[in-house]
Design a protein around this ligand. Sequence first.
Ligand code: AMP
Ligand code: MG
Length: 316
Amino acid sequence: MSGKNPMELLIPGEGGIARAAEILVGGGLVALPTETVYGLAARADSAEAVAKIYAAKGRPDFNPLIVHVSDRAQAEQLAVFDDRARDLAERFWPGPLTMVLPLREGAPVTRAVTAGLPTIGLRHPSHRVMRAVLEQTGLPLAAPSANRSEEISPTRAEHVTTSLAEDCPAVLDAGASQAGLESTIVALRDNGEWSLLRPGPITKETLVRILGPETQVENAGIEAPGQLARHYSPGKPMRLDAQEVAQDEFCIGFGEMEGDCNLSASGDLNEAAARLYECLHLAASATQPRIAVAPIPDSEVGRAINDRLSRAAGES
Ligand code: AMP
Ligand code: MG
């Protein structure tokens, strides 16, 4: 035993939101439900609180955290918004879009949150429980996904408790996440350029329609260190675009390729995105030593699914 307290399981309707806010204001960690995946939250203005996130996840300190806000006014205290940022906020907030924007001078966030970068990643989530916690604390909350670094993202409270165990002192359980895939991350630079740092539920096609062509930047890797890392790993070999399945493989199916767990029998990419981590968790804990995944169309949110799958397979 490490001597740490066991995890506290909080329920929204039973005082859980108030208790979560109390822990967060006091500088503690709470895993919170969002519409994308469960996040491991801490107050963004406290170096001590944010250090607990990096420690619990085993996350490298050069990988910055997304800060969650309760409204646009709070966001504008942290970052400099231009017309494009206001337009995207208007269209997609609250929702699964993170904007990387210039950090405002004197913004009340500790340096570790941005990993020392001159930019900050901001998101206004739509999940009603997450919003209630943000409103009760009155604080911006740093919240990466609530799993150990490199492991599969959590879409249920049980995934959090399995991955983080006693390193996360409390989890607020509001059932399964709806979008089930991490937010789209878009960087808006002050020279007018933009780029997609992580594909997600808001598709590249949609962003191109609004912002015009994306700028290809050669140093995007440095700008978004988290994107380079091996990630979402199920801990066993995984084969993508499988046309047939071997006996010793757990099959993640799609459409007519049924599989042991089907992402979407009707071939609906949004349903597949919502079920991706559920199937990856099942594949990770299955008896089969290997995983095969059916081909997924590389359009719309399929791009984000394929991005996560190729990282999970260790291909990027
Ligand atoms: P997660 O840990 O799953 O929440 O992922 C957060 C992602 O946001 C990581 O890949 C980070 O690299 C990225 N991110 C957060 N803040 C910034 C920033 N200021 N600049 C670039 N990427 C960021
Ligand atoms: Mg993550």
